[in-house]
Design a protein around this ligand. Structure first.
Ligand SMILES: [Zn+2]
Length: 407
């Protein structure tokens, strides 16, 4: 079902007190996640303008126009409530349409409730009919003919991964099969059963403060994560890592918090993808080596009691404390000293980027495991009503801010 307003018509619901423009705005706001209580409260507060004291015992009875206005307003409140009821039904119907392979994952996140909570995030970027998009997802296809992409992804994602495999064939000829095998072997490290896997579609979204606040590219099926354990997302770890790099006077251009590339660089210069991919891989690997060596060289002293510290070790201890907290304790430090923060090969990174992926390693905070289809969001157009709402809000905000007076 494409849109709530159309759905209302389909269900034979004709509001008498909500005009067409108003209904467009209401259905838009509902689909963007506005709460029932909030909207009904807004309407009820308008009651007071019609009849400030009509509910107070002993107040004069309303008559004539005032009574009519109040009644029509009450009817509007009722119709608005009904619109919300029908939205709930729309969500339930849509949720039923989601293919069974995805359903299980949804169920583990809270089922229909999770669907309804995340639907506004789809709507806001222009996916007005999430089940149709989700049902295009292909399951558990294989990368390099060997590595299962768990959860699968959109056909475009599968095509890009196929293209990456073809690029290896073209570049390495007779050596390609052995190289692909070697790459697939590296994916085994993270798999519990030692089966090579990549993480693909997942209905998780990006959670902040217990709520899904941004869809992210995994939810609609445009991203993969490679060996999460050995290629961590560094966003929250960035300050601890960068503090070490600062102390070592490492190339000031290379910092995790800063990222490696302007966000849209490869969109503007796709012809430079190979050279850029190579450079980025080298830069992140250089950071990894520097960091790993720092931990390796200082770990033995760090494990000794702090009271034995030589004066020049105090600063290092502080840096290691930071890393220890960021990487989940001493085991994390040991792993860091051995493996660093990236185990993706240069060839793998390069073919994925050249084939059309954006690498999480390139952006601020660096999500090393993550690759997503470049321009996946540009496939969609935000709904007109959202654009109109934003315009209204901007107008309201500019009215609220006093203009500076002219001369
Ligand atoms: Zn990811």
């Amino acid at each position: 079902m494409p849109d709530l307003k159309e759905y209302l018509t389909k269900k034979g619901f004709v509001p008498l007190q909500i005009g067409d423009a108003e209904l467009t705005e209401l259905t838009c706001r509902i689909q963007l996640g506005a709460g029932r209580t909030k909207i009904l409260d807004e309407l009820r507060s308008v009651d007071d303008t019609f009849a400030p004291d009509y509910q107070v015992p002993g107040a004069p009875r309303l008559t004539g126009t005032a009574l009519q206005m109040l009644r029509s307003h009450e009817q509007k409140v009722e119709e608005t409530g009904k619109t919300f009821d029908l939205y709930d039904r729309l969500c339930a119907e849509e949720f039923d349409q989601i293919q069974s392979g995805l359903k299980g994952e949804f169920e583990s996140q809270g089922g229909l409730q999770h669907y309804q909570n995340s639907r506004p995030l789809f709507f806001a970027i222009g996916i007005v009919d999430p089940p149709s998009l989700l049902n295009k997802i292909k399951f558990d296809f294989k990368f390099l003919d060997r590595v299962t992409v768990v959860g699968g992804g959109q056909p475009e994602l599968r095509d890009v991964l196929l293209k990456a495999g073809t690029l290896i064939d073209q570049k390495f000829g007779v050596l390609a099969p052995a190289l692909k095998l070697a790459i697939a072997e590296t994916f085994k490290k993270a798999g519990a059963a030692n089966v090579p896997v990549i993480g693909g579609w997942s209905p998780r979204g990006v959670v902040k403060g217990g709520r899904v606040t941004w869809l992210g590219p995994h939810f609609p099926g445009y991203a993969i994560d490679i060996n999460a354990a050995n290629n961590p997302n560094l966003t929250t770890k960035a300050p601890a890592i960068d503090a070490v790099l600062d102390s070592l006077h490492f190339d000031p251009q290379l910092r995790v918090a800063k990222g490696l590339l302007e966000w849209t660089f490869l969109e503007k210069h796709p012809d430079q993808a190979e050279a850029i991919a190579d450079a980025m891989w080298k830069q992140l690997t250089a950071i990894s080596v520097k960091l790993s060596k720092f931990v390796h060289d200082n770990l033995a002293d760090y494990k000794k009691p702090a009271s034995n510290d030589k004066p020049d070790f105090k600063d290092k201890r502080k840096l290691l404390d930071g890393l220890k907290a960021a990487f989940g304790g001493e085991a994390g430090l040991v792993a860091l000293s051995k493996d660093g923060i990236i185990d993706l090969g240069a060839v793998l990174t390069s073919v994925l980027i050249v084939a059309g992926m954006r690498w999480g390693g390139e952006w601020q905070g660096m999500d090393v495991m993550h690759f997503e289809l470049r321009n996946w969001k540009e496939k969609f157009t935000p709904p007109k009503c959202l654009v109109e709402l934003q315009r209204q809000q901007a107008r309201a905000a500019s009215r609220a801010t006093p203009q500076s007076k002219g001369p």
